[in-house]
Design a protein around this ligand. Structure first.
Ligand code: GDP
Ligand code: CA
Length: 319
């Protein structure tokens, strides 16, 4: 079976680890990763979501934190700070720096991001084929209004520096409208037997991937069932601040509203948490098959059970 998953960072990566635990030997997983979170720092190209997937599946992730490397030190960051060179709000550890140096060096030598990602994965062996959504530069910006007036800031500045404390007025994936899907992306979607939307952020992770012209259309036209898992449980994101960016696109932070936001033309099946069993009927009324199962990724077994439930729902919608 050929499985394609669209993925952001932590939510996507953790789910993918569960998925790997339950697929049959020989099944192939292709991950289309969000690159709208990418940022240039200290002259380096940083791809937070691709790296979170790569480190999580490759065994290098800082488990409790969910991003960055395990056993990090911060000598480079401290030295930069001693020179007065920031930003200080983005936590890059020494080991992580090496990844960004290799990536930036390869990009400068002319390799596209997809080839660079493949080279980095040679080391990490994530057990999936990890493709960036695009080789073209896309950067999500957020429009806010604060004491400095109305302005657009980089998504990372909004999320990491400001902790989404101000309301997001608009989410703009700068560059997405002219970006092309990376090599292999449309082919993987077209050849898939199953397409999954992990419990990733529906706006700034999966929404950004779908904003690359051709990707949404390919998913909608795919012959394979498309099954998603709600990142919202009981009206709140389990972790993170997804409610802030949902509000910016006029979507309520609820499991059913996210399903309807994707819509029946995109997803065939939707899993909500047992806490949201009351919204199953509403989702089904919109033409999306829906089941309520535990959706908290508390440990590998719970996450694997979520992946199994997604595979089962896919079989049911396949009919
Ligand atoms: P990011 O790029 O690191 O923010 O990661 P993603 O976009 O892949 O996933 C973030 C989303 O994962 C958040 O919006 C959360 O709502 C969701 N999430 C995190 N942990 C869990 C969990 O245990 N269960 C579910 N259902 N969603 C989760
Ligand atoms: Ca992200």
């Amino acid at each position: 079976m050929r499985i394609v998953a669209l993925a952001g960072g932590i939510g996507g990566a953790r789910f993918l680890r569960g998925l790997k635990d339950v697929v049959a030997p020989g099944d192939e997983i292709t991950v289309i990763g969000n690159t709208g979170d990418d940022i240039h720092l200290f002259g380096l190209k940083v791809c937070p979501d691709l790296d979170t997937v790569m480190y999580t599946l490759g065994g290098g992730i800082h488990e409790e934190q969910g991003w960055g490397r395990a056993g990090e030190s911060f000598a480079v960051k401290e030295e930069l700070a001693a020179y007065g060179v920031g930003p200080s709000w983005f936590g890059l550890g020494d080991k992580d720096f090496a990844t960004h140096i290799v990536r930036t060096q390869m990009l400068a030598a002319g390799y596209p991001l997809s080839a660079v990602t493949e080279a980095l994965c040679d080391r990490w062996q994530p057990g999936v084929r990890l493709l960036p959504m695009s080789d073209d530069r896309v950067e999500t910006h957020v429009r806010i209004t604060d004491d400095q007036g109305t302005r657009a800031i980089h998504f990372q500045e909004y999320w990491v520096k400001l902790h989404a404390a101000v309301d997001a007025e608009a989410i703009i994936p700068v560059g997405a409208d002219t970006a092309k899907p990376a090599p292999g992306v449309l082919e993987a979607i077209g050849a898939a037997d199953l397409i999954l939307f992990p419990p990733s952020n529906p706006v700034v992770s999966i929404g950004t991937i779908l904003a690359v012209p051709g990707i949404r259309e390919a998913v909608a036209a795919a012959g394979a069932p498309v099954v998603g898992l709600s990142p919202i449980i009981g009206g709140a994101p389990v972790r993170g601040m997804a409610d802030k960016v949902l509000a910016a696109v006029g979507v309520e932070a609820s499991a059913s509203a996210v399903a309807l936001h994707y819509g029946a033309d995109l997803v065939d099946g939707w899993l909500v948490d047992v806490a949201d069993a009351g919204s199953v009927a509403e989702v089904e009324a919109a033409g999306i098959s829906c089941r309520a199962v535990p959706l908290l990724m508390t440990d590998p077994a719970a996450t694997a059970a979520m992946a199994r439930a997604a595979l089962e729902l896919a079989e049911q919608v396949r009919g």
